[in-house]
Design a protein around this ligand. Structure first.
Ligand code: NI
Length: 139
């Protein structure tokens, strides 16, 4: 097991009870594991604030492939940013709807801009960017 450090935290009983109740619902085996995840998540979010930091994100899109020009617009955008687009997975959800998950890697500013542009293509019903990082500096 890697070395660990222990630290004490002063916290109101109400806040701790609310935290414990939530992490139990989520299935955490221990409070320590939940706190480690909260800290990692905070650090990842902070890394995304640095526009030059190298990050990776997934852009999830749901759209009706019958919408005119939509497929072509999404493909065109991905080709324009082929240096940052790592891969894309397409699922035909039903006779009309498609789900596309696109992995984008690059400077945080660029990844956000590409994600925003994909999501804002006319006809995209729902879109979301999930931001993570390559994990550099976060164990
Ligand atoms: Ni499809």
């Amino acid at each position: 097991m890697p070395s660990v450090e222990r630290f004490g935290v002063s916290i109101s009983p109400e806040l701790l009870r609310a935290f414990d109740a939530r992490i139990e619902q989520k299935g955490y085996a221990s409070r320590s594991e939940a706190i480690r995840d909260v800290i990692r998540n905070y650090l990842v979010e902070e890394q995304w604030q640095d526009e030059r930091a190298t990050v990776v994100g997934t852009v999830t899109l749901v759209y009706d492939h019958h919408t005119r020009e939509l497929d072509a617009a999404l493909t065109e955008l991905q080709h324009q940013h082929h240096d940052a687009i790592q891969c894309a997975t397409h699922v035909h959800l039903d006779p009309h709807n498609c789900l596309e998950v696109i992995v984008v890697k690059g400077a945080s500013k660029q990844v956000r801009e590409i994600g925003d542009r994909l999501i804002s293509v006319r006809g995209v019903k729902h879109g979301k960017i999930v931001c993570t990082t390559t994990g550099a500096g976060i164990k």
